[in-house]
Ligand binder design. Structure first.
Ligand SMILES: CC(C)(COP(=O)(O)OP(=O)(O)OC[C@H]1O[C@@H](n2cnc3c(N)ncnc32)[C@H](O)[C@@H]1OP(=O)(O)O)[C@@H](O)C(=O)NCCC(=O)NCCS
Length: 252
């Protein structure tokens, strides 16, 4: 059973007559009853949970993955314990087994006490939530990892607004590399996103070009204070075009 606290947002998927469901949950609490979570997790998930360094981390891992299974079960009509997963070439988790042909796709992210699970159909999904950690040398990360246009945009903001813009940019970038499935195989300075928290979340260019950007939708997710969240979506028919480009440009 799903217990509070969690919230659900529905976001329209481009070109698909369905919405992507985005569930935000405080996984430091029992969103899923622990006995239920124990029943539905696979052996490999249980083994991974056992390797978590602290009981709090273990609890959050178990809750996040049990929540994913519950939500996928609702969407597929299968039992949560029967969900089978595989991985894409660069580690993106995918549905396998009986549900593989359903077209249902998902992505998860966890940070601090919260997890976000996004589930759609016939769409590439990438989601990211980040807990803001004040006092970090964020400009060092910006200079080292972000594109020059993002770096300029962040540095051009008043000092008091730069940290929030850094986290916003980070989160949008992560949601994009997770949507493509490339993860960190994709150079983080090889594309740019909008950085201001109040500005529309947007992919601005990829490999210096703008023509693929219209195929990807970015959204700012509602998050609790102290967190930022982003979602990137692309309809399936767009996917083959971008994957061709990624193959040519990045080999991923
Ligand atoms: C996939 C990646 C991008 C996710 O990193 P993260 O922000 O640390 O973690 P998140 O909580 O957002 O996401 C983790 C989940 O993404 C999923 N994931 C793993 N590889 C993925 C991939 N290639 N594509 C999409 N999703 C992936 C998994 O479900 C994973 O959860 P699990 O390990 O509990 O199963 C990872 O490659 C990574 O190591 N990132 C490092 C962070 C960083 O340096 N970011 C730079 C800021 S721009």
């Amino acid at each position: 059973m799903l217990n509070l606290p969690f919230s659900k947002t529905l976001i329209a998927i481009p070109d698909v007559g369905e919405a992507c469901a985005v569930v935000l949950a405080d996984v430091s609490k029992d969103v899923i009853a622990p006995s239920d979570a124990q029943r539905i997790l696979s052996r490999s998930e249980t083994d991974r949970a056992a390797k978590c360094r602290t009981p709090a981390r273990r609890h959050r891992y178990v809750q996040c993955h049990a929540l994913l299974r519950r939500l996928l079960a609702e969407r597929t009509g299968l039992d949560a314990a029967d969900m089978v997963f595989s991985k894409g070439e660069f580690g993106k988790p995918l549905l396998a087994g009986e549900a593989a042909g359903s077209g249902i796709t998902f992505n998860i992210s966890h940070s601090g006490s919260f997890a976000v699970v996004a589930i759609g159909r016939d769409v590439d999904i990438g989601v990211d939530i980040e807990m803001i950690k004040p006092g970090r040398d964020f400009l060092g990360i910006v200079d080292h990892f972000f594109s020059s246009s993002e770096s300029c945009a962040i540095r051009a903001l008043p000092h008091a607004e730069q940290e929030a813009a850094f986290y916003t940019c980070w989160c949008r970038k992560e949601s994009f590399i997770k949507a493509t499935g490339c993860g960190l195989q994709m150079p983080l300075n090889g594309f740019a996103v909008s950085v201001e928290p109040q500005a529309r979340a947007k992919l601005l260019w990829v490999d210096g070009q703008t023509h693929h950007c219209k195929d990807w939708q970015m959204h700012t997710l509602p998050t609790p204070p102290g967190y930022v969240g982003a979602l990137t979506l692309s309809a399936n028919r767009m996917r083959s075009q971008l994957h061709t480009m990624q193959n040519e440009v990045y080999g991923c």
